[in-house]
Design a protein around this ligand. Sequence first.
Ligand SMILES: Nc1ncnc2c1ncn2[C@@H]1O[C@H](COP(=O)(O)OP(=O)(O)OP(=O)(O)O)[C@@H](O)[C@H]1O
Length: 451
Amino acid sequence: MLVWLLLRLAVRVVLAAVRYPLCVTLFIGTYALHRAAGLSSLVLTFLTLIGTLIVWYGIDRASFLRHAWFRLLTEWRRLTVYVPRWRTVMRLAELSKDSRMKEYRPKLRRVRSEGWRDKVQVRMILAQSPEQWEARRDNLAHSFDARSCRVRVFKPRVLELDFIHADPLAQPVAVPPIACTADVDLKRVVVGRTETGKPWRIKLLGSQVLVVGVPGAGKGSVLWSIVWRLAPAIKAGVVRLIGIDPKGGMELGQCPDAFEKVIYDSGPEAVALLEGIAAEVKERAARYRGIRRLWARNTGEPFTVLIVDELADLIAYQSDRNLRERATRAIQTITSQGRAPGYAVVGLVQDPRKEIVSFRHLFTTRVALRLDEPVQVDMVLGDGVRQRGAAAHEISENTPGVAWLKEDGQREPERARAFHVTDADLVELGVFLTPATVHEFPSKTEGSAAA
Ligand SMILES: Nc1ncnc2c1ncn2[C@@H]1O[C@H](COP(=O)(O)OP(=O)(O)OP(=O)(O)O)[C@@H](O)[C@H]1O
């Protein structure tokens, strides 16, 4: 019995050393130093340590946070929040079970604090599913003093819970300088920043993009961030933009120089433009058949991005039924066949109604900015994505440009914020894209006559 108890104690000590390395080292270090060198040396060592940390923070804040502060925070939160409350919360939230006098309780595994969120790994009990945890997201968030909670499947039987404490996207993200090279990676066009601090990359080559958000949600910033990053390639003729803005040019009219062709209407002219692009798609696809599977720069033909500012005006609200059907057919052709021959559609929509949602499967990248209702999130991102944390209906009015993203084939949605492209930036973009005016250099005789 005694051996058994000692063995258990030893395991606990080892586990504590693994889970709380900083606290254990500090504790043992303090004790050993005090015993060996006395109180004054201990105080001196502590002051030196604090001074070193302050200098480290001043020189390289990011590495100080990652390697020191967040590690300490991790141990602190584990010790004071998760361990003491775990058992009670599991019981009250009915995530543990009693069966044949035995309690089955989910195991708290690794905790990692990143300041704005705590990542907590959990081993589920047998016969439990992630949906049971997703249904209790709010209960868990309140129980562990977090603003919200997201549930991710890490591996079979293991979940990762994100307890959110702050919004890292609360501040607008300024646009970077316009790139000098036309060599833009069309599969990874950077249009903002994700909440983990990584670049938000949108896939244009081989994908179609649907951006949905209520008025004022920041659709314009997603659109102009794309154009901003494509600007050098547009200037070099590698990419061409075609725009349709049924709102009379309120949006695309801010920088018409970016577009090879732009129509500020949803009438016959816009529909004819769509049909023209659909015909080009078919013609290019026929030429590429059997030769290449995906557009590439060396084809010598430009990659075409069709931007439609209010897609619903063309395919749903159009009063003329004939025009509506023609527009719908053309958009369907471009989105379904445009992938290989190098045609991408960026469709912006305010209201994800049934008519639009019937197109949803044709858009492989979907961006949900602020929406009004949970059901709209499901309509845009697909079923089950909201339960995995993509609460686009909870995005604050104070953070336009923040969106939830979902690409086909990627299970977990991502949260990001588009660059804030201001009016001044659009003027700069216009100047960058305006073709230079070439003035005739005065000949020698003219010059001397003038003199
Ligand atoms: N990424 C962003 N960061 C900070 N502020 C932004 C961002 N995007 C938009 N805004 C601000 O939010 C406001 C509304 O943006 P915007 O006009 O792009 O919304 P919208 O969704 O296009 O609206 P509408 O559907 O009415 O055209 C603007 O004042 C703009 O400056």
